[in-house]
Write a protein that binds this ligand. Structure first.
Ligand SMILES: [Mn+2]
Length: 397
């Protein structure tokens, strides 16, 4: 990080573009970087992304001579960024997901996964950004609580408590009177000091997730970053309430559409398409909607559940981008979850990326019980068929 900071200092230009994720860890990361870099006299142009889509990266790398920072994503795609960058911009990656080494000396991958730390245990993106901010200037210690909020938001605890670098940040915030730790039977509770009294960091993380996820296309991320830096306000409270009401209304409308017979049925997969009806909520919400129905009687518990959503041709802060893509989110009912865990059904982390690859799609976050990828509009049925083919070729049910 110190070497990266030296390179920033030596780079001509006093503007830095920060690209960060829209969940609570990503928003806190963006907030920490914005303030730390502004304190150094930089002009910060902040962009919140739901994913580092290739189409967006291509646009970003049409530029030259810039300083670009990616936070809470891109650790794994450092080789791709290197290829796009070709030594033309100074790129920093402050992620904590599983990472791959950069192949361009101007792309500095500072993902702690490459330095022996575990991103799903020791260190969040917010704590990574916090340590970077402290390396910039020790005055940035005053953002320890923001790092802790991001770490709690990502939800990586060991025996109910933050550990390693995440814990160090929380303990600093405790010393500064910004976080209070309460021990309980199964671990610890982290309470953030606010103007409205102590708020559980889990609750505060949910608040940020609503702003960043539900409010993605309505300046929610900007409000989220502001809340991280300046605290909750009546204005942010109002925005969160409005966004929650939008979510309830849109979800209820979709549930009404899914009444008996509306779901498409393949032998092992049931699926539906919400087209553009989740807009103006972000594309993360198709997964949230699948979560909302996966253990109801709207679905057949013996099949995988898949939902499609058209990705809007729009990224806040960018000119129009033509994606022509749909996102698919997949989930497992409690019954299917048991089957996957027992090894009697294929995990979604294998099934979906494999089928997506065959259609030239883009795989990002895939876990055994939750997965999402994107494919070109019009390939929805083909994707379901590919998955059925894969399942047929295996010895699973
Ligand atoms: Mn994260």
């Amino acid at each position: 990080m110190e070497r990266a900071i030296q390179e920033i200092m030596q780079w001509p230009g006093k503007t830095i573009q920060v690209f960060h994720h829209n969940d609570s860890d990503g928003l806190t990361s963006g907030a920490i970087l914005e303030r730390a870099l502004e304190r150094q006299g930089y002009k910060v142009q902040r962009y919140c992304l739901e994913k580092p889509y290739p189409a967006v990266l291509k646009k970003v790398y049409e530029q030259e001579g810039r300083i670009l920072i990616f936070a809470d994503f891109a650790g794994r795609i450092a080789p791709l960024l290197s290829e796009l960058n070709k030594g033309r911009n100074l790129t920093l990656i402050l992620d904590h997901h599983v990472a791959e080494a950069s192949t361009d000396p101007r792309v500095l991958n500072l993902d702690p996964d490459l330095f022996g730390l575990k991103g799903d245990r020791d260190i969040s993106a917010s704590t990574t950004c916090y340590l970077f901010a402290r390396a910039l200037d020790p005055v940035n210690r005053d953002m320890a609580h923001i790092a802790a909020v991001g770490a709690v938001g990502d939800g990586f605890f060991v025996d109910g408590a933050l550990v390693s670098q995440n814990r160090d940040a929380a303990m600093e915030a405790v010393q500064q009177g910004m976080i209070e730790i309460r021990k309980h039977a199964t671990g610890e509770q982290y309470l953030l000091t606010t103007s409205k009294g102590p708020i559980n960091c889990i609750e505060f993380g949910d608040y940020l997730d609503v702003l960043g996820g539900v409010g993605y296309y309505q300046k929610g991320p900007d409000m989220g970053v502001r809340v991280c830096l300046e605290g909750i306000s009546p204005e942010s409270d109002r925005m969160v309430e409005e966004l929650k009401a939008i979510r309830t209304k849109i979800f209820n409308d979709e549930i009404a559409r899914l009444q008996p017979g509306a779901m498409k049925q393949a032998p092992h997969i049931q699926w539906f398409h919400v087209e553009k009806r989740l807009f103006p909520m972000g594309v993360k919400m198709i997964g949230a909607f699948c979560d909302a129905i996966k253990d109801t009687n709207l679905i057949d518990p013996r099949k995988y559940l898949a939902g499609f959503q058209v990705i809007p041709d729009e990224i806040p802060g960018f000119d129009a981008i033509k994606f022509n893509q749909v996102k698919i989110s997949m989930r497992a009912s409690p019954y299917m979850e048991g089957e996957i865990r027992a090894g009697r059904a294929m995990g979604l982390n294998i099934l979906l990326p494999e089928a997506t690859n065959r259609l030239g799609g883009f795989s990002d976050a895939c876990h055994s019980l939750t997965a999402a990828t994107t494919v070109a509009i019009g390939k929805e049925e083909k994707l379901i068929e590919e998955m059925e083919q894969i399942l047929k070729g295996e010895s699973y049910g």
